[in-house]
Write a protein that binds this ligand. Sequence first.
Ligand code: GLV
Length: 318
Amino acid sequence: MAKPHLLITRRVYPEAIEALSPHFEITDNQANDTPTTKEGLVAAIGQADYLFCTVADKIDADVIAAAPRLKMIATGAVGFNNIDVQACKARGIGLSNTPDVLTETTADFGWALLMATARRISESERYVRDGQWKGWAFDQFTGVDLHGTTLGILGMGRIGGAIARRASGFNMKVIYHNRSKAQQEYGAQYVDKAQLLSQSDHLMIVVPYSPATHHLVTAADLAQMKPTATLVNIARGGVVNDVDLLQALEKKQIRAAGLDVFENEPALNPGFLKLDNVVLTPHIASSSRATRGRMVMLAAENLLAHVQGQPLKTPVAI
Ligand code: GLV
């Protein structure tokens, strides 16, 4: 019997190809690993029974319509805002994501970005590399402390909880705001959004992106924050209004930001590049080799489960 056709949009690890190839006829992007375009996806997906995509592929209704045989999509990410879930539902197309396996690595990175931002690591490193360092001084690259301050978490899900847990080592007070009041974990205290904004010394954004969280943080919200505050976004660019954030940073309405995600990534508002009080990273919060390997294998296991008529390991409820 002919094997079902699987389209894999980007390069994945060899262990996944090894596990998948006995069960699927694979078309992939192993050689070039070029980012997909809508036209490219529409052209490539016509014969696909299965799709293995990434957070960077926009799987909209047109792409889904171009795949009349599509039965299931496995995205190698926890977030699935790039996929038209309603279009999947209308066609009965299954969807899986990769929760849990990236929680701890992403929380580690949230802290790394927070520390880099609060303590001006990137800015001072650029200074050293540029050969500008002529000697030690008391007021050189003075940052703000993390220990003993208040950490605010916007979005208390799995990753928010893992971030909160790490705060105890820094003796921080942790407050959070969420759509629903999460369990009182790790001593984190639920507050309303206004309290979160005004009381946080450091604000970590980890809320999933959806129409409900689009531009959840705008100029009016940033205006409520402390002028000494740090904002870190490891969720999705669209949660924060980029233009408003840029203005708040330019005006020093808040002190600094660490951004791993951007509204139209990989494009980003060029204004951010001009500012020293921003640390910019290319959507790498889950990027340790071990975790990216687990994400890829979990996506592969979901595909294998579907093709073998078994329940998906980590289905997205749609
Ligand atoms: C990354 O952003 C993910 O959703 O896994």
